[in-house]
Ligand binder design. Structure first.
Ligand code: 17E
Ligand code: FE2
Length: 411
């Protein structure tokens, strides 16, 4: 299969992309618009990109909002409480069915790489065992990384350390954490030492829910970054949320940024989730409750956007469309400047690939997997402005999804 009349990000003119089997064989400039021949796909001068990425979602909790009760306060903490009630009802089949339904939503929106957190503060590890099967059974649709995520704490939950180790033995790819939820500051710090030791010993990646609160005294990011720095693991470590950074004062942040840059860790912001869950203890003025996305990006550090939730105790909406998250995130983070709009898709493609350590498994280059999207607009700016979408998703050289745009007739 070949794709003709493709526009590529950051390049002038049109291109022809040749796919051979499961790989990209060649990418060549195309001097003039081409007719399609049988088996070719016409990008019609629109962007062709590597697939969209969902770097932070909870596929174990998805599609459970209101079961058995709704989160009435809209806080993170009530979400954790409501999830605790639903978690008691989790079964193997229920977990698999909801995760697969959600993966279909992601695939419909051009996502082919997913990192999912799975709550392992459950002595049965039912959801984790289910997700390991889902990871295998959906390989034709997505590449999945599973994070062993201790929702109720590593130190504060009975047997927490043991459950983390067991989750890794069963097949988790990434070690998680939640230091701001541990009972004490000391437990938060020791949980980070424990999880970094575990990841280093097993050669795994790290992705910690870190300082997901408006409390400016929640300062576990410095501990995580310093641990990553001294162990030389920065590129393999991610700090998710870090919303407390939106409440740190500038004096502390300027010191913190020096360490963050030295550490080389990655960041994930979930803008729709955080604007919904945070700011809940404020009246007015009311905080946005997000990390410093633009500042992290401008300091040359790696940051990407994620959905976090789809219809769960923390967030009642969501449909798998990461372009919606990008558009909301750029608004919320004051990132509608000219430069930001030129390269907005970085936040859901290349930056996310770096966070997930996808390496040569990702990107439009000859020799790499024939995984790509035909988009509905010719540039990042136009994709964002027109609320664009993936028109086609190709994986390992085969069409996964094609979308027919709605037609409007002026009368
Ligand atoms: N758990 C958590 O601690 N934080 C979140 N944002 C979600 C689950 C969705
Ligand atoms: Fe999360």
């Amino acid at each position: 299969m070949n794709i003709v009349n493709a526009r590529l990000r950051g390049k002038e003119g049109l291109f022809r992309i040749e796919l051979e089997g499961e790989r990209i064989a060649a990418i060549a400039p195309q001097p003039s618009p081409a007719e399609t021949t049988v088996g070719d796909l016409d990008a019609a001068s629109n962007l062709v990109t590597a697939p969209f990425i969902e770097p932070h979602i909870h596929l174990d909790a998805t599609l459970t909002a209101g079961e058995p009760a709704w989160n009435m306060s809209g806080t993170l903490f009530e979400g954790i409480e409501r999830w605790g009630e639903r978690k008691a009802l989790v079964t193997h089949e229920d977990s698999k069915a909801r995760a697969k339904k959600t993966i279909d939503m992601l695939v419909d929106h051009g996502i082919q790489h997913v990192r999912t957190h799975v709550d392992v503060t459950d002595p049965t590890l039912a959801a984790l065992k289910a997700m390991v099967e889902v990871r295998d059974e959906t390989r034709h649709l997505i590449d999945m990384q599973i994070v062993a995520f201790p929702q109720e704490g590593i130190e504060s939950f009975e047997g927490g350390r043991h459950l983390m180790e067991e989750a890794v033995a069963i097949g988790a790819d990434v070690v998680g954490g939640i230091p701001h939820f541990e009972n004490t500051r000391e437990q938060g710090v020791s949980s980070i030492h424990f999880l970094m030791d575990l990841a280093e010993r097993k050669g795994l990646l790290v992705d910690v829910h870190c300082d997901e609160t408006d409390d400016p005294h929640s300062r576990f990011l410095e501990v995580l970054a310093e641990q990553a720095r001294v162990r030389g693991m920065g590129a393999r470590v991610t700090a998710s949320h870090t919303t407390a950074m939106g409440s740190y004062d500038n004096a502390y942040c300027s010191k913190l940024f020096r360490l963050l840059k030295m550490s080389g860790i990655n960041f994930i912001s979930c803008p729709t989730e955080s604007i919904h869950l945070q700011g809940r203890f404020d009246t007015y003025p009311k905080r946005r409750g997000l990390t410093r996305v633009a500042e992290i990006d401008r300091a040359g550090m790696n940051i990407c956007f994620a959905q976090d939730s789809i219809v769960d105790p923390w967030y009642p909406l969501g449909n798998g469309n990461i372009m919606r998250i990008l558009e909301a995130g750029l608004h919320i983070c004051h990132m509608l400047g000219y430069e930001d709009l030129q390269r907005g898709l970085d936040l859901i493609t290349d930056n996310s690939a770096r966070t997930l350590n996808l390496g040569e498994g990702y990107g439009l280059e000859p020799g790499r997997p024939a995984n790509l999207l035909i988009l509905s607009a010719p540039s990042d700016y136009e994709m964002i402005r027109t609320q664009g979408y993936a028109l086609a998703s190709i994986r390992k050289g085969r069409l996964l999804m094609q979308r027919t745009p709605a037609r409007v007739e002026r009368c």
